[in-house]
Design a protein around this ligand. Structure first.
Ligand SMILES: *Cc1c(COP(=O)(O)O)cnc(C)c1O
Length: 401
């Protein structure tokens, strides 16, 4: 964090749950208990000489909140220590983090390989945006290691994947894909939104860069958007720092403060959401109205062995393929009383999404079919409510499907 100048003591000797509460805290002269909110655009200097020294970097300190801000720095440090990364840089949204991690290190003539099962906007960046600037991309079936290997070219610089994937919850083998990337001289960027850093540590598995939409489990209470890129200090300084500073997708200090408060409770929320998702999956598996249920924590998940190898727990998300296509899925969604229809995920409230008509609506029907996003497919994001209320709501609504 060379631009962020925090002096908060390291908490790396503590466990994840402890780091989530204490890392990055920089108390002001008032000794406040909670994190301070520095809602300021800029900073004032004692002299013109000090101002000059700030800009040359000889005097450590803040200059302008597009570059860095004390509250944003505290969030970055807490995220870095939670993830076990050397450095984190925050962004205004998850997509700003993904775009920075992919675009900033590349130039015309480079090549990217990505798993085709991913968040719709990530797919737009890889498939539509990068090629416009002369960066070619190849989409592969991320589960098939041979396809990653075959897609490698001498100019391949980046492999990109998310796991579990959105929305079908495929689990990709991060260790093996990192090995293929590194053997070909490429870096691996992992979008770890669906797993959270509580349950999966891509950097330990061999990835080089991790990105998050902080909008999801990190806020976890539906309030604000945010994103974060985590990697080695060398990668951030070489590729990300200047790009963010000069193009400006900065996180608001107010949102950084909300996200710091979100991190304090992330472990208890995600643990509860995961046990709720597991209970929902067990209650709905084999239901006569459901053609297919996917939950990374169950033994019948198609990549159960990979889940065991690389994740510390299942997920807060469940995939349900309701029999009878879109009409039946819509009847089910409209009959839910407690569970809310929303395209967000990772929230304290349980949410359901119909990907074919929302997050993945932009894709051609045959592409959706190839990804397993059928017309009856529903993504369920477990909240922190009582599991019996959630299961009762889902079972009652399924009667209407
Ligand atoms: C939501 C999401 C994003 C984008 O995050 P925003 O904060 O909405 O910009 C990226 N990747 C995945 C997997 C997501 O779920």
């Amino acid at each position: 964090m060379s631009e962020t100048k925090t002096t908060a003591p390291s908490t790396s000797a503590y466990r994840r749950e402890t780091r989530l509460v204490h890392s990055g805290t920089l108390r002001s002269q008032y000794g406040e208990t909670s994190d301070a909110l520095f809602l300021t655009q800029g900073f004032v200097y004692e002299s013109a000489e000090q101002c000059e020294a700030r800009f040359t970097g000889d005097d450590p300190g803040f200059q302008y909140s597009r570059f860095s801000n004390p509250t944003v720095s505290a969030f970055e440090q807490r995220m870095a220590e939670f993830e076990g990364a050397e450095t984190a840089r925050a962004t205004a949204t998850g997509m700003a983090a993904v775009t920075a991690a992919l675009l900033a290190p590349l130039r015309a003539g480079d090549h990217v390989v990505a798993s085709k099962a991913m968040f719709g906007s990530c797919r737009y960046v890889v498939e539509d945006l990068l090629p416009r600037y002369g960066i070619e991309s190849t989409l592969v079936d991320g589960l098939d290691l041979a396809q990653w290997e075959k897609a490698l070219r001498p100019n391949t610089k980046t492999f990109f994947l998310e796991s579990p994937t959105n929305p079908t919850l495929d689990v990709l083998d991060i260790t093996e894909i990192a090995k293929i990337a590194h053997a070909g001289g490429a870096r691996l960027v992992v979008d770890n939104v669906f797993a959270t850093s509580l349950w999966q540590s891509p950097l330990e598995l061999g990835a080089d860069v991790v990105v998050y939409s902080a909008t999801k489990h990190i806020d976890g209470q539906g309030r604000c958007l945010g994103g974060v890129v985590l990697s080695s200090t060398a990668f951030i300084e070489e590729h990300i720092q200047m790009y963010l500073r000069q193009t400006g997708p900065s996180l608001s200090p107010f949102n950084a403060w909300v996200l710091l408060k979100g991190l304090e409770t992330l472990a208890i929320r995600v643990e509860k959401q995961t046990s709720n998702a597991a209970a929902v999956a067990d209650a709905l598996a084999g239901h006569p109205k459901i053609a297919r249920l996917i939950y990374p924590g169950r033994d019948d998940h198609p990549q159960a062995a990979t889940v065991k190898k690389q994740m510390r727990a299942g997920s807060t998300l469940v995939g349900l393929d309701v029999k009878g296509g879109k009409e039946s899925a819509f009847r089910f969604l409209n009959a839910l009383k407690l569970t809310l229809i929303s395209n967000n995920l990772g929230d304290a409230r349980s949410l359901v999404t119909h990907p074919a008509t929302t997050t993945h609506q932009r894709l051609k029907p045959e592409v959706r079919a190839e990804l397993g996003i059928s017309e009856g497919f529903i993504r369920y994001s477990a909240g922190i409510e009582h599991q019996d209320d959630l299961i009762a709501d889902l079972l009652a609504a399924l009667e209407k499907a």
